[in-house]
Design a protein around this ligand. Structure first.
Ligand code: HEC
Length: 139
């Protein structure tokens, strides 16, 4: 019996270790489920993205409330991110968690933004604009 327990130790240790490594990476996000980036060029936060966020996000992520320690009312604030870190990887919309949240293709429904029943989901066109803005360098 003792021998059996000892032989199990490495198995348990390895599975705990790999479990925590997987948890760190999180479940894989699937970029093929995202709407395509818009084709419009020359996008900037102030002229193209801020108006979308103003309508759908400012009441929870603006001057009054900062849910998830996040503000999306200025370019600097968006690039800074929230309590879980960065939400935008400039140049790579498919790596940017912001896009998955607003496209509602996250693994966890809690991460859908705006949250379920807390506002109208963004349209595919709006998500496409946000993608294109990030792909163009998030300026
Ligand atoms: C009704 C309030 C509400 C609205 C509107 C809202 N959010 Fe959120 N948001 C939250 C809450 C609450 C959290 C924190 C969730 C958590 O900690 O699990 C959050 C978290 C986030 C996060 C994760 C931040 C982090 O680092 O953990 C992102 C990104 C985000 N929101 C983006 C947006 C965007 C973009 C919009 C508009 C399209 C939006 N939210 C609209 C309430 C809101």
């Amino acid at each position: 019996m003792k021998k059996l327990i000892y032989s199990l130790v490495p198995v348990v240790a390895v599975s705990l270790l790999s479990g925590s490594l997987l948890a760190k990476d999180g479940p894989k996000l699937d970029p093929s489920k995202l709407p395509p980036a818009a084709t419009k060029t020359g996008l900037t936060f102030d002229s193209d993205i801020k108006p979308i966020f103003e309508k759908s996000c400012f009441k929870c992520h603006g001057s009054e409330k900062q849910k998830g320690k996040l503000r999306v009312d200025s370019l600097d604030a968006v690039l800074k991110g929230g309590e879980d870190g960065k939400i935008v990887e400039a140049g790579k919309s498919a790596n940017s968690t912001l896009v998955y949240s607003v496209a509602r293709v996250c693994v966890e429904e809690d991460d859908f933004m705006p949250p379920e029943d807390k506002g109208k989901p963004l349209t595919k066109e709006q998500v496409g604009l946000i993608r294109a803005w990030i792909d163009q360098g998030a300026k």
